[in-house]
Design a protein around this ligand. Structure first.
Ligand code: HEC
Length: 296
């Protein structure tokens, strides 16, 4: 059996989330080469704009496992060349500024983090499909993480594995205080104090099955959150928060998600990406969240 290429391992830390930074530590196999080149995506599947994520990467340094600092050059706008000095693996650290809740970008604040692969992870500039391990080390007050990535084998909590870079880039991660997300699931927990939601104009009256909320949460996270924000929890980026749209918009969600009328305004067509049976799950998450935060 051919040996699997060594994984790239990341550890993400949030030492001061109110400053909107995630600290990233990546361990890269060098394949015994004298130097390796790390790259950051400049584009994302599904997004038509070329985005220069590299401009949010700050303070990049590299060292060998014994702590020796390694020299590096920025070979291009989104590439770093690191001299390995014969180390078998090297460790790279950097911080990413995360305050852009829009398509395929990142958001970090006191109560939660919403991370997308492309603006977060540097990868080896090479043609090898490797697995990626991601360990989230969360602030004490944060207890959960949600992503469609499977748990890493033998992993601890908040430890995930992506089979390859494309999967990593296509799997946003949400982490934070459980109250934010579980209050929508069972409707009992009060929203946490940092949630500055507005109760006026909250969505009402869309029929849904509460059993669909957990799956709807994942679907929403993977497909909608970067444009529309977390319903009721924040106002999102430059498009409307779906917790505050007219009832018929969510009741007729299918007609908006598949070949919908907002395509010329930038709303993607999810034909082929989502299935019809995903619609009631998304409706459950959107209406369920609005119901959960409405004062009783
Ligand atoms: C790339 C960004 C983007 C993504 C991703 C996205 N949308 Fe949209 N959506 C838009 C834009 C832009 C509009 C039209 C302007 C507006 O409503 O603010 C819109 C409009 C809508 C509307 C109508 C809201 C109204 O009353 O104006 C609904 C409902 C909607 N989207 C649902 C979804 C759902 C569900 C998903 C995930 C499956 C999703 N969208 C993913 C950009 C996006």
């Amino acid at each position: 059996m051919p040996e699997l290429p060594d994984p790239i391992r990341y550890t993400l830390r949030f030492p001061a989330p109110h400053t909107h930074y995630v600290e990233v530590e990546g361990t890269f196999p060098t394949g015994a080469k004298p130097w390796i080149e790390l790259a950051m995506a400049v584009w994302t599947p599904g997004s038509y704009l070329v985005r220069e994520y590299a401009r949010h990467v700050e303070g990049l340094t590299a060292h060998s496992p014994d702590g020796t600092e390694l020299s590096l050059d920025k070979s291009r706008k989104n590439r770093w060349r690191i001299h390995t000095h014969d180390a078998r693996t090297i460790v790279v650290t950097y911080r990413v500024y995360c305050r852009e809740m829009s398509v395929r970008t990142n958001w970090v604040e006191d109560g939660f983090a919403l991370l997308n692969g492309a603006p977060t992870f540097l990868t080896l500039a090479e043609d090898v499909a490797r697995p990626y391990d991601v360990q989230l080390l969360l602030p004490e007050a944060w207890q959960i993480s949600i992503t469609s990535l499977p748990a890493a084998p033998g992993g601890t909590a908040h430890h995930y594995r992506a089979a390859d870079f494309d999967t990593l880039v296509d799997s946003p991660m949400l982490a934070g205080n459980p109250a934010v997300y579980t209050f929508a699931v069972d409707g009992k927990a009060p929203p946490p104090a940092f949630v500055k939601y507005q109760t006026e104009g909250l969505l009402a009256g869309v029929k849904y099955d509460p059993k669909h909320v957990p799956e709807g949460t994942l679907l929403y996270l993977s497909n909608c959150v970067f444009c529309h924000g977390v319903p009721g929890v924040d106002k999102g980026g430059n498009v409307r928060n779906l917790g505050y749209v007219p009832t018929e918009m969510i009741a007729n969600l299918k007609d908006i998600v598949f070949k919908g009328p907002f395509r010329d305004q930038g709303m993607p067509d999810f034909t082929g990406k989502l299935k019809e049976e995903d619609i009631p799950k998304l409706q459950a998450f959107i209406q369920g969240t609005a119901d959960a935060i409405r004062p009783k």
